[in-house]
Write a protein that binds this ligand. Structure first.
Ligand code: ACO
Length: 335
């Protein structure tokens, strides 16, 4: 379903972006020593060469805070000017309070309303759209949205099907309402399909299946995935969401200067951009460095595209993501 307010009361603009990646690098060669895999298999099936792993004492909110500070610096926004913080994450510091509240405390953003969004890899784009709606009501002016993950704590490091895919990191953006702005969100699409919860989940550790002494060795609190099924749904959902958002914006794929897709698998990205007719040079990819950082992935990629000059003022930028739920979203921005 298109999810663009019919008549925007204001223009919603991204004033600044930031990202943070933990220092520790885990390469494919390192993984060869941990499970039966090879650099060749991982590279050819996914495109991933290495990923980052947060330090034991480093929580998701710590990663998110560091990314947020960089976004605030670029936007030239002080902590007390922020009146909304939304953190998208599937690896929160605690079940409650929300990771957004921990980040609020770290920043001293005492005027903000704070909450988390759980939409897996689509989380950052869900957060962007929720912030856009808040800003459109006129009640809030400046939002900090964050995608932050410490997935390394929910990976089964003995399962070669999943452990090679994921990494830790965070990205953030300062989003503000303006009466008029050339740089603005033009159109968005969001969707979910709760019939497919089983193909990608962390089955244990919640109320449906608590971890008990009896099941503690079954690693139910780690990521479980039917890779091929997820792959198929990811390609279809991201292609369709991209086309719907373009249609909603009155644009075509030829107008897109850069597509910034969810960074899960190079083959998924190729399949989508092939179907859209967008060539590799107009597709932003950084998954070889970080693997799949779920809600953080599009946020980190957006920041790197911004800071490296891969996207320039006036460019039409297409963001698109897909994750567990299933959830998907796309957003078109004039940069
Ligand atoms: N090293 C070596 N061999 C492996 C590895 C590994 N790390 N992992 C699996 N294999 C083997 C399998 O056991 C299988 O062997 P078999 O044929 O003897 O049974 C073989 O490789 C092929 O396995 P497939 O699962 O068919 O491989 P596929 O080409 O589908 O690639 C992958 C697997 C990379 C997981 C792919 O399906 C994928 O990327 N899926 C989508 C993941 C994704 O996008 N997730 C996004 C959302 S994540 C979120 O929301 C948190």
């Amino acid at each position: 379903m298109p999810d663009t307010p019919k008549d925007d009361l204001c223009h919603v603009t991204i004033l600044g972006t930031g990202s943070y990646l933990p220092e520790k690098v885990l390469t494919n060669a390192d993984l060869e020593k941990m499970v039966e895999t090879s650099d060749d298999w991982i590279t050819s099936r996914t495109g991933i060469k290495e990923r980052r792993i947060a330090a034991p004492g480093e929580a998701t909110s710590d990663l998110g805070t560091k990314a947020a500070l960089k976004a605030m610096e670029e936007a030239d926004i002080g902590a007390e000017e922020i009146d909304l913080i939304i953190c998208a994450t599937i690896s929160p510091d605690t079940f409650f309070p929300s990771t957004a509240c921990y980040i609020q405390k770290n920043l001293g953003a005492k005027n903000a309303v704070c909450f988390d969004i759980s939409a897996a890899c689509a989380g950052f784009l869900y957060a962007l759209q929720v912030a856009r709606h808040f800003l459109n009501t006129g009640n809030r002016k400046t939002a900090l949205i964050i995608g932050a993950e410490k997935l390394s704590v929910m990976v089964n490091w003995e399962d070669r099907n999943t452990c090679v895919l994921f990494g830790d990191g965070a990205g953030a953006a300062i989003v503000q309402s303006r009466e008029k702005s050339d740089r603005k969100i033009i159109a968005s699409v969001m969707g979910s399909d709760g019939n497919q919860t089983a193909i990608l989940s962390v089955p244990g550790g919640g109320s449906a299946c608590p971890i008990t002494p009896a099941n503690a060795n079954e690693k139910l609190n780690t990521i479980s995935m039917q890779g091929r099924e997820v792959f198929k749904h990811a390609v279809n959902a991201m292609r369709d969401a991209s086309m719907q958002a373009l249609e909603r914006a009155g644009l075509t794929a030829a107008d897109v200067a850069m597509v910034i897709p969810h960074q899960a698998n190079a083959r998924i990205i190729e399949a989508i951009t092939d179907r859209l007719g967008i060539p590799a040079e107009r597709t932003f990819v950084n998954l070889h460095k970080y693997g799949n950082t779920s809600a953080a992935a599009v946020a980190i990629a957006l920041d790197e595209a911004n800071k490296s000059g891969a996207i320039k003022p006036g460019d039409i930028v297409l963001l698109v993501a897909f994750g567990a739920g299933l959830t998907w979203a796309s957003t078109i921005i004039r940069w």
